[in-house]
Ligand binder design. Structure first.
Ligand code: NAD
Length: 500
């Protein structure tokens, strides 16, 4: 059985920890590899290597750093099928969806290619007589990234291309469930000309993470995962003087107004709720039809679509399935018990995905799409993130009731409104307490040149991922004020200096 180790200083390196985690193919339920869970010493070593690589890399001109990114982008395109296959095998999502996430990650690499422009400072001549001021966005040092299972390629690429392009060095801790795609990317980065030690991977669990959170040479931590872990990372990392951006869980609503195009809304809802088996932080998990008539129409349109939902392996001959397996048996059982709980607490289960069996893949971690109606805010299936193919319909009577419902939820990652009325769309965009808002767009994931992040308990820390916030997160400003004119060297100023 293949055992995945670490990638440190430009080389694959076996771990000596003796602890391993099993990697499954969710479509078959079979083990495909194991990944080492690194020791604290191994993590320390990776950080030390990254710290040693920093002086030379941060001194490399920004055009040269950009050229590595251009080449990396080319290599990612060449290897897209191979990478998507790896993602699909370890994660379970369907091949075309794996290619989709790869493209969204690649767009961040494209953004990072513009680093000479993005990292430019500002200059003012003659801020005082003969005095000039200029600013420069300086790299920080060693940055660390800790990522979840659900986007094996895209989420790491929200982080390291921007961090590295800014002149930092990086240590990544992948999800122990899906490490292979980024292990391959490390090799591609080397092929693209990235010097050894600039990008390193430490596989592991909490033991490795805790070293990253406390190591004096780690300057910044980027995290994406569940809210309890995000909060822990933010608190512990901040206590140790690091800047932290920690993105957490979600419960995203789609509000459907009576004037919405119902076919468009129902189609959008299907993809947003059941795509990637609901294992997306921007998945829609609550539909909020406004008015009984809207709710009835929505249910009528959704039911046949759920019946037609094609669930199966991620890699097939011919057209892809709509959704694949979920990440693990435990996670499937967990989703199963959320559906049990919804029934117990009185929601109306319109479509039950619990007993789905895929012929030939009986041991795969499959669960069909479920649909609940008459879900209310006190129910567990409304309050908690299920992270599976379970859509809840929470009926409301008015637009303002819908806005109140969304705003009262503890999460604030994404939200969508379907309407044909500009006035309510504008009001919604203005008053909704959510970080990413879609108007007739179900999954409003910002493009790489904008920044991605939620509000409330979906994000800890002030700066979002990639785009302008990404560059701000991975740099700090230096202001230089300089005088080169003749001045009286005996002039001691004891008062606060003011410009003349
Ligand atoms: P997770 O929180 O279990 O794990 C995320 C990472 O943290 C992994 O690398 C894991 O090894 C590590 N980790 C787990 N427990 C830890 C602990 N106690 N101490 C230190 N490190 C720990 O998340 P997951 O199950 O891999 O991913 C699913 C979650 O990620 C969902 O909640 C989803 O909403 C969230 N997510 C959020 C976004 C976003 O942009 N907000 C994007 C993708 C996923």
């Amino acid at each position: 059985m293949r055992v995945i180790g670490n990638y440190i200083n430009g080389e694959l390196k076996a771990s000596e920890s003796g602890r391993e985690s099993v990697i499954f193919n969710p479509a078959t339920g079979e083990q495909v590899a194991a990944v080492s869970l690194s020791t604290a010493e191994e993590t320390n070593h990776a950080i030390d290597v990254a710290a040693k690589a920093f002086p030379a890399w941060s001194n490399t001109s920004s055009v040269k750093r950009a050229r590595v990114m251009f080449k990396f982008k080319e290599l990612l395109e060449q290897h897209a099928d191979e990478l998507a296959e790896v993602i699909s095998i370890e994660h379970g999502k369907v091949f075309s969806d794996a290619k989709g996430e790869l493209t969204r990650g690649l767009e961040v690499v494209e953004f990072a290619c513009g680093i000479p422009h993005l990292q430019k400072g500002e200059k003012s001549m003659n801020v005082g007589t003969g005095v000039d001021s200029w600013s420069q966005m300086m790299p920080l040092g060693v940055c660390a990234g800790i990522v979840p299972f659900n986007f094996p390629a895209m989420v790491p690429m929200w982080m390291f291309p921007v961090a590295i392009a800014c002149g930092n060095t990086f240590v990544l801790k992948p999800s122990e469930k899906v490490p292979s795609a980024v292990m391959r990317m490390a090799e591609l980065l080397k092929e693209a000309g990235l010097p050894d030690g600039v990008f390193n991977i430490v596989n592991g669990d909490r033991d490795a993470v805790d070293v990253m959170l406390t190591h004096p040479q780690v300057e910044a931590i980027s995290f994406v995962g569940s809210t309890p872990v995000a909060e822990y990372i933010y608190t512990r990392g901040s206590q140790h003087g690091k800047r932290v951006q920690a993105l957490g869980g979600a419960k995203n609503h789609m509000v459907i107004m009576p004037d919405a195009d119902m076919d468009a809304a129902a189609n959008a809802l299907m993809g947003a709720a059941y795509g990637a088996a609901g294992e997306r932080c921007m998945a829609i998990s609550v539909a909020v039809p406004v008015g009984e008539g809207t709710a009835e129409k929505l249910v009528e349109k959704l039911l046949p679509k759920l019946e037609a939902l094609r669930v199966g392996p991620g890699i097939v001959e011919g057209p892809d399935n709509d959704m694949g397996a979920v990440i693990s048996k435990e996670h499937r059982d967990n989703i199963h018990s959320y559906v049990d709980k919804g029934v117990e607490e009185g929601a109306k289960l319109l479509v039950d995905g619990r007993d789905l069996k895929i012929p030939g893949h009986e041991n795969g971690f499959f669960i069909g799409g479920s649909l609940f109606d008459h879900v209310t805010p006190e129910m567990t299936i409304y309050k908690e993130e299920i992270f599976g193919p379970v859509l809840c319909i929470a009926r409301v009577n008015s637009f303002s009731e819908a806005v109140e419902l969304v705003n009262a939820h503890e999460y604030g990652n994404g939200v969508a409104l379907f309407t044909s009325d500009g006035k309510s769309a504008r009001e919604f965009a203005q008053h909704i307490q959510v970080g990413m808002v879609g108007i007739n767009v179900p999954v409003p994931v910002p493009m790489a040149f904008h920044s991605f992040g939620g509000w409330k308990r979906s994000l800890f820390g002030p700066l979002h991922m990639h785009g302008p916030d990404g560059v701000r997160f991975y740099t700090r400003m230096k202001m230089v004020t300089s005088r080169w004119n003749d001045h009286d060297p005996s002039d001691s100023a004891f008062t606060m200096p003011t410009m003349k």
